[in-house]
Design a protein around this ligand. Sequence first.
Ligand SMILES: C[S@@+](CC[C@H](N)C(=O)[O-])C[C@H]1O[C@@H](n2cnc3c(N)ncnc32)[C@H](O)[C@@H]1O
Length: 385
Amino acid sequence: MTDSARSSFAAAQTVAPEALAHSRRLALRIAEEIDRAGGWITFDRYMQLALYEAGLGYYAAKPGKIGPEGDFVTAPEISPLFARALAAQVAQVFERMRIARRVLEFGAGSGALAGDLIRELARLGAAPESYGIVEVSPDLRAEQQARLGGAVKWLDVPPEEFEGVVIANEVLDVMPAKLFARRGGRILEQGVEVEGEELRIGERPASFELREAVEQIEADSGPLPEGYVSEVGLIARAWTATLGRWLRRGVALLIDYGFPRHEYYHPQRAMGTLMCHFRHQAHAKPLWLPGLNDITAHIDFTAIARAANDAGLDLLGYTSQARFLLDCGILDLLRQSALGARETADALRLLSEAEMGELLKVLAVGRGIGGPLLGFRSGDRLHRL
Ligand SMILES: C[S@@+](CC[C@H](N)C(=O)[O-])C[C@H]1O[C@@H](n2cnc3c(N)ncnc32)[C@H](O)[C@@H]1O
């Protein structure tokens, strides 16, 4: 266990009894499903239940997830300059590329990005004619509605057809991922089983779908060593494939933690990228207190780019968050904004190579877009995917 995991376990001592009881109810619900399934469920099914099970999962029920009092913060929560720089990219697509002035945001969290983006687009003379949000979390949707009111329309599912700009910031990384292990010359699938009163990781021969995906990874990046454990985000790939069906004209900006495939499945990254968050402590124990922890896996951007390409979308740019924001003019915004020392330090966190600046990437895919996008002018790394 890492030091941060140890302190998150220490933090559990201060979890309110009702929250512990809530987690216990979800664990029982998961154990029942495992029992019905014959003693084991895949890890992506576990992640689906732990994060999204109606009335119990982390995104379905836990109040106060995002922000200083919650479990994690995201770029738009850290500094409004994130949204303001992103607005320059959206305005370029609206104005110079003559794409309908519509924005569709997936997983809008607290609504901070939407609020700041709408304000900055108006300031730039590129106010959107519509701003839609697709949000699966009922409590976050309510928070967004309280914050944004009539400026936004909420959709339960993506539209059948869309022209405009699609934004998903840290959404793909909370889509359920499969876990695999390379052991004894075989590819095994990790899942969840019950031992006594506890949930634990158990392995079975991988499904055809997972084995095929891991074999493709090895064909691309080289053989994985004995004992290697990692994830495959098949649901994030499927989501990208459907984006290719309904995005008729415009750009999708997918911003997330991740790497190109050869970096993701590097032999030295032998424990994968699965990461949980509890009160700002990162740990790697996804079975601990289900429903009270966020669970994430990084994005294999090569896989997402291929899924987009196979669905008929063009690859328009791929770079680090820092490079993207710099190309969108964040330093000019910083100079003009005359922020205090603390707000300036927050904005610089978005750019820091050791933090969000390099760990988060931006992938732009789209259809019917002529000419280079502003955010990838000087740092495009598409050739690395
Ligand atoms: C880590 S939070 C990021 C929130 C926000 N984008 C931000 O940057 O602060 C993940 C968000 O994605 C939402 N989400 C997860 N899966 C989704 C899906 N398939 N479609 C739409 N939203 C989803 C969650 O409810 C949550 O709002």
